[in-house]
Design a binder for this molecule. Structure first.
Ligand code: F6P
Length: 344
């Protein structure tokens, strides 16, 4: 029997997961392994539920959005007895190694399982939020920004026609990368990111100027931007299994639009594109990146280089320590905030 590699995709899905799975499968088969998918993230290892994977099944995964093997935000460390079940099922399924494809949370679990139990696991970074350290980019981000930029262009058309200010709310959790890159690429007039409290008077001044000049304006806001005391008073915050505040009901786009209308007297509308950013075919950049990190993960397992993550460093894919990727969130840094000051 060929040696076996288990593959799981955990956390929020994003375009690039299927090509990453294909990358692992193709490289693994070439190295003499067979692959098996674990259904719906860590849940699959807890339950021992598998999905067949091979080159034939994954042949056209390069252009496919979503994840064939499913995902969930299951955290085995938060479920009684689940870590033991993961270890037991790893043996029962006769796995040589495990490829965990995920973001901060999924890879955080992989880091712990490797550190505490020497589980032979390697990581593949994915997230539309682009907030993982030690990798220059995560796949999913480029597609999410491309989709958001398209939405921004469309909002500009309708904003211009109606002489309105338009506000676009994008995802990205506690990192402002998606909002910032969308705002830059769409030539927005103002951008609100979680890393920098919104300077309301500066925003109003800029929007009034823009509106006077061209009779419309566009604001891009991250779902987690902060309005300080002007913002909605936070009610009871709902947390996911990893302790993250669920941001879906925060309504930043709506809050900012109301504030703008109140302060400027200019008719303002908002749009929230939410999960649309996570669906559809990955961009060329994401297809290539996800295939490459997937292939590298199979090689890391083959070389018994466990506890590592396949990262993009410059233009190379390298094995970097998993714990470094998940130890600290990569948020919008000074270089980008300075650039933001120039552009907005
Ligand atoms: O982490 C990816 C992400 O899309 C975030 O940008 C967003 O806050 C969150 O997931 C939404 O999660 P869910 O799919 O559980 O609503």
């Amino acid at each position: 029997m060929a040696k076996r590699i288990g593959i799981l995709t955990g956390g929020g899905d994003c375009p690039g997961l299927n090509p990453a799975i294909k990358g692992v499968v193709y490289a693994a088969e070439k190295l003499g392994y067979e692959c098996v998918g674990l259904a719906e993230g860590w849940k699959g290892l807890v339950d021992g539920k598998t999905i067949k994977l091979d080159k034939k099944i994954t042949e056209y995964f390069t252009e496919q959005g979503g994840t064939y093997i499913g995902t969930s935000r299951t955290n085995p460390y938060k479920i009684e007895g689940a870590v033991k079940k993961c270890l037991k099922n790893f043996k029962k399924l006769k796995l040589t190694g495990l490829v965990a494809i995920g973001g901060e949370d999924t890879l955080g679990v992989a880091t712990k399982l490797h550190k505490e139990y020497k589980l032979p696991v390697v990581g593949v970074p994915k997230t539309m939020d682009n907030d993982l350290s030690i990798t220059d980019y995560t796949f999913g981000f480029d597609t999410a920004v491309t989709v958001a930029a398209d939405a921004a262009f469309r909002l500009k058309d309708t904003g211009k026609s109606h002489r309105r200010i338009m506000v676009l709310e994008v995802m990205g959790r506690h990192a402002g990368w998606v909002a910032l890159f969308t705002a830059i690429t769409s030539g927005a007039d103002f951008v609100c990111i979680p890393e920098k409290k919104i300077d309301v008077s500066k925003m109003m001044k800029k929007l009034k100027e823009s509106y006077k000049r061209k009779k419309f304006a566009l604001v891009v806001t991250s779902e987690a931007a902060e309005l300080g005391s002007l913002g909605k008073t936070a009610g009871k915050k709902e947390l996911d299994q990893f302790g993250h505040v669920i941001l879906k009901d925060r309504g930043m786009g709506s809050q900012i639009a109301s504030l703008i209308e109140r302060e400027t007297g200019i008719e303002t509308r908002f749009a929230v594109i939410g999960h649309i950013q996570r669906g559809g075919s990955p961009t060329v950049f994401d297809r290539i990146l996800s295939l490459r990190v997937g292939m590298q993960a199979a090689h890391l397992i083959h070389k018994k280089n466990f506890g590592k993550m396949a990262a993009l460093v410059g233009n190379r894919i390298m094995g970097v320590p998993l714990h470094k990727a998940t130890g600290k969130l990569k948020t919008v840094d000074k270089h980008w905030r300075d650039l933001m000051e120039i552009l907005f």
